[in-house]
Design a protein. Sequence first.
Length: 138
Amino acid sequence: MSSRLNPYISFAGEAKQAMEFYKEVFGGDLAVHTYGEFGSEAPSGYSDKIMHGMLETTGGFTLMGADNPPGTEHTPGNNIAVSLSGDDMDELRGYWSKLSDGGTVSVPLEKQMWGDVFGMCTDKFGITWMVNVSEQQS
C-alpha cells in the first residue's frame, strides 16, 4: 500500500451520524470501529463512540473521523487534523521525524492497542498530524 494523506475530523459524540452523512453525500464504503470493540480498553461511557471511521469513495476520496477521546476538548474549527498512513515504516517515520521537529508530540510514534504504530503531533506551525503505520501484508 502506498502512503496516503487525508483529512481527519474530530467530533463531539456525533461521529457515526456525521460519517454516515458524508457517505450519503460522496457514496463509497464506510467502516467504523467503536471504542467498545477494543474490550477493556474502552473508556467509561465510550463503548458506542467511534474510535476510528474511514470513508473511501469510488471517486478516490478518503475521509476519516472519530469522536474526541475522553479528556480532550472539542473546538469546532480546530477539529481537523491531517492523517498520513501506509505500511512503509521508513518513509512514514521520516515524515514523523520532520513534522514533529520543533513541534509538540501528544502521542509518541509507537505500537498501539489496535496493532499499528501511531503517533500524533502538532507541527511548529500549529497543524495537527496523525501518522499511522500498518503492518505490511505478506
